[in-house]
Design a protein around this ligand. Structure first.
Ligand code: CA
Length: 229
């Protein structure tokens, strides 16, 4: 649900806007003066702000400027004075839209919807999704290098993570300890194939319910290990 902040000192207008937005399932908070408005805008996780210009305390011009220094969320400026709206445009304060009072609340809701949709698209296109391997309750986030078992994070060392990820990305393939050692540890590293055994044991303690009956990494006696899919 999108959260909207209305900064407006005329309670009747604020309540009317709130009612219309709530009918459309938006969560709405009100601020009746400039300082409260700025404080809420900076500290709350709002998706959009409807900002009146003439306010007690700090005015809308200043609030708009300060929000823009920190946040990219859409700001719709509303004012009774068309001159003020021209001034906002002129100052380039970074508002996304302007409405002159009186306006119809349904027009406001339509604009809110349009700006939220546009902002979502913008955010969506900038967000790179993480590279994730997911097998039966085990989730390996390769980008963040984190492992979760049924939603609970398990802490892995670098080599444990590399080994688990390598096996999980190559399931149903039996690897010998020598192969795994070559794959995960570089040539100069001190250690031998016993290192692999130790790491497999540590990984199992973190992801298996019962290490003697592993659900993920199977031991193929005399050969090596295989990740079950
Ligand atoms: Ca006002």
């Amino acid at each position: 649900m999108s959260k909207i902040l209305i900064v407006e000192d005329e309670l009747a207008i604020a309540e009317l806007e709130k009612d219309y937005l709530e009918i459309d399932q938006y969560e709405v908070e009100l601020a009746a003066d400039g300082n409260t408005g700025l404080e809420k805008a900076m500290n709350g996780d709002f998706d959009l702000i409807i900002l009146d210009l003439m306010l007690p305390g700090m005015d809308g011009f200043e609030i708009c400027k300060k929000i823009r220094e920190e946040k990219n969320i859409p700001i719709i400026i509303v004012s009774a004075k068309k001159d003020d709206i021209d001034k906002v445009r002129g100052l380039g304060l970074g508002a996304d839209d302007y409405m002159t009072k009186p306006f119809s609340p349904s027009e406001l809701v339509a604009r809110v919807k349009a700006h939220l949709a546009r902002y979502d698209r913008l955010i969506g296109s900038n967000q790179k999704s993480n590279d994730i391997v997911e097998i039966r309750g085990l989730k390996i986030d390769k980008t963040a290098r984190r492992v979760y078992l049924n939603g609970e994070e398990k802490i892995f060392t670098t080599k444990e993570f590399d080994l688990l990820t390598f096996l999980a990305e190559n399931p149903n393939h039996v690897y010998s300890k020598e192969e795994l050692f070559r794959e995960i540890w570089d040539m100069e590293s001190i250690g031998d194939i016993a290192t692999v055994t130790v790491h497999i044991k540590k990984i199992r303690e973190k992801i298996e319910y019962d290490s003697s009956k592993p659900q993920y990494i199977e031991t193929i006696w005399g050969v090596g290990y295989r990740f079950k899919i």
